[in-house]
Write a protein that binds this ligand. Structure first.
Ligand code: PTT
Ligand code: SF4
Length: 622
């Protein structure tokens, strides 16, 4: 086998034991790597209904056939598990030296099983695995934990760790890496914490097998230069991801005050120009010439690495426009190891619920000092923090009073920082994202607002969402690679199959990737259906408040506008029709068989209804 190492390292934390296993080339070609591998392994190995925070859940760290080779933006790793937040498959895409080190150590997949009897970190050095006490770093934030590990193992060791958020099972805890990154929004850090696993350290010395190593090296080095040069010319490289904030505000698509508003006159105080002017350091993943991580100083003087989602959710969403205070909240999320998006959304939901009489408490929009205190309580699950740690949907279910309508989430995962109250295509992208509302599945908002009619619900938008989910799930989440050269610099998509072919000796085209993307997406939705047998199409709805005329802005670009349920239903029908799923949003038997998922369809049919074929549109359409 070339490209893939072919090795899985299975680590049992309960027994402090491990074994090396091989996967077949057929498996590799069917699922590519990264998300594809993780979804199939978790489908096969987890019994339906497994407790996400119990020892039977499994934490996976996964690479793919071009992971870590010198080529543009190949320093990404997939972390995956059954999510405690959504109750279905969840993952994150994290930049880290672990990508390179894991491959050099000879592994494509690490599977962590069971639960360590006491706080532990695992050190993998080629074929040797050590289970070591984490006493000195348990209870510490990720900066201190990673600093301690770096001192022991060096700055180029592959290190992933959790903070207090993961230790205390905050349902949206993330895993952190030392390059300023964070991954696993659906609580993959909490799964790591539930296993008493504080950190994973990997070092390797082997060669990664490539079908054409010479061509791969020459092409990779040349393209690193090409992408670096493209980046230098782009405005994007100056402002990083936060370049989009001013645009969202201008387009009235910014989450303000728990998404009740979509624009704010003070938003400019946090825009890309301001954050880039305040830059004190730049971070980046390995094998990246774009280095998008812009760090600014927070109120307490820490370096805080900000990206658009962080700014949007901890700034305008909370009506906090002081750049240093917003940066402090961001730093705290990173140190505690909790997702900035869900944390911002839980806080804004709490303030909104108090405003609307669904909850009693002491928190108002704009109160940065109290927001910091609430974050601290959340990470330690103290007082009201115990509730905030469960995320907006579970809080709403406790508060009642129809507050679920303004929990800004889909399938339990909170929306990234795009207010879709009048952006139907992006609302569909969030609604149908199989891991819950994450923009990484399909970021259609720029296409929608620049090149199509904003309030339209045409089939073209459903098609665009499917196209993006196909490309992202197969190429970017499964090879896996950072998508920014393609999305931000226009680096041609056809480069990716070419790299895959050089690594694996295949003759794949983009179509092979999109077909595999369909297979992966059908399995992800089947996973959701298996875990939620009473599933119906409402699981694919955006937050209900978007349909409420009361939420429409009173003035400005989209005054009086909001989503319309009957039209959204029709858009969803188009989406299901393109995918070959039934009216409940469950992949049909025919579709699954076409995608090589006949066995999985039979397994799913034991738990929930699987239609043989989809009802053609227009016969029983809504
Ligand atoms: C990602 C999500 C994002 S996406 C952001 S900002 W973005 C937030 N970042 C957080 C953070 O930081 N700290 C924290 N405590 N929580 C955070 N939550 C949020 O997590 C991320 C970059 C970015 S920055 C983006 S868009 C792109 N995302 C990619 C993706 O999803 N797939 C892919 N193939 N390539 C991508 N490239 C870019 O990577 P999650 P990262 Mg993260 C500090 O992982 O769970 O997928 O959520 O991945 O390595 O930090 O890189 O405006
Ligand atoms: Fe990492 Fe940013 Fe580079 Fe992507 S562009 S690989 S997220 S530093």
């Amino acid at each position: 086998m070339k490209g893939w190492t072919g090795n899985i390292l299975r680590i049992n934390l309960t027994k402090s034991s491990y074994k090396k296993e091989r996967f077949t080339e057929e498996f590799a070609r069917k699922w590519i790597g990264g998300r594809g591998f993780a979804a199939k392994i978790l489908w096969d190995e987890l019994a339906p209904g497994t407790d996400a925070l119990g020892p039977d859940n499994k934490l996976l760290v996964v690479q793919g056939p071009v992971s870590g080779v010198p080529m543009p933006n190949s320093g990404k790793t997939i972390v995956a598990a059954k999510s405690p937040l959504t109750g279905t498959y969840g993952d994150g895409n994290i930049g880290s030296h672990i990508t390179i080190q894991m491959r050099k150590a000879g592994y494509d997949v690490l599977i962590f099983e069971g639960k360590a009897p006491a706080p532990t970190y695992v050190f993998i050095e080629d074929d040797k695995v050590s289970f070591l006490p984490a006493t000195e770093i348990w209870g510490k934030g990720t900066y201190e934990a990673q600093g301690w590990l770096e001192q022991k193992y060096g700055k180029t060791a592959g290190i992933l760790s959790i903070g207090q958020g993961g230790e205390n099972l905050v349902l949206y805890a993330v895993i952190r890496s030392m390059e300023g990154r964070a991954g696993g929004r659906p609580g993959i850090g909490a799964v790591m914490g539930s296993k008493n696993l504080k950190a994973i350290v990997v070092k390797g010395t082997k060669e990664v097998p490539m079908a054409d190593p010479k061509a791969m090296k020459a092409r990779g080095l040349a393209d690193l230069k090409t992408v670096g040069a493209l980046d230098k010319k782009a405005k994007w490289s100056v402002q990083g991801t936060n370049a989009v904030l001013a645009w969202c505000n201008e387009m009235w698509a910014l989450p303000v005050r728990n998404s009740r508003h979509s624009h704010h006159p003070e938003a400019w105080k946090l825009d890309g120009e301001r954050t880039s002017a305040a830059r004190v350091a730049t971070y980046g993943c390995p094998h990246c010439t774009m280095r998008c991580g812009i760090a600014i100083l927070d109120q307490e003087g820490h370096e805080s690495e900000i990206d658009y989602e962080n700014v949007g959710m901890l700034g305008p969403n909370l009506e906090i426009f002081d750049i240093k205070q917003m940066a402090s909240l961001n730093y705290m999320c990173d140190d505690y190891g909790v997702d900035t998006i869900c944390a911002g959304s839980a806080l804004s939901f709490y303030a909104d619920a108090i405003d609307h009489g669904a909850a009693r408490g002491n928190f108002e929009f704009g109160d940065a000092a109290r927001a910091k205190e609430l974050l601290r309580l959340t990470a330690h699950r103290e007082g009201i923090g115990d509730l905030l740690a469960d995320g907006s949907l579970k809080m709403a279910r406790k508060f009642g009073h129809h507050s679920e309508a303004y929990a800004i989430q889909c399938k339990g995962l909170d929306l990234s920082a795009y207010n879709c109250k009048y952006v139907p295509g992006q609302a569909l992208a969030f609604g149908t994202s199989a891991i819950g509302a994450h923009h990484k599945e399909a970021w259609i908002i720029t296409y929608e607002l620049k090149f199509s009619e904003r309030g339209a619900y045409g089939r073209d938008k459903a098609q665009k969402v499917v196209d993006l989910q196909r490309i992202r799930s197969s190429i970017f989440e499964s090879l896996p690679l950072c998508r920014f050269p393609w999305i931000e610099l226009g680096w041609d998509l056809k480069n990716y199959p070419e790299y895959f072919n050089l690594a694996t000796g295949s003759k794949w085209t983009l179509d092979d990737f999109t077909n595999t993307g369909d297979r992966i997406y059908a399995l992800l939705k089947a996973f959701w259906s298996r875990e939620h047998p009473d599933t119906d199409r409402t699981a694919d709805y955006p937050p209900r408040i978007y349909f409420d005329p009361a939420i429409a802005d009173k003035e400005g670009l989209i005054a009086g506008k909001h989503l319309e349920l009957d039209k959204y239903e029709a858009l969803l029908d188009h989406y299901y029709d393109i995918r070959g799923w039934d009216k409940r949003g469950v992949p049909t038997r025919k579709t699954m068989e076409r995608l090589g998922l006949g066995q999985e369809a039979a397994q799913l049919a034991k738990l929930t209804k699987v239609s043989d074929d989809a009802v053609p549109m227009g016969i029983a359409g809504v």
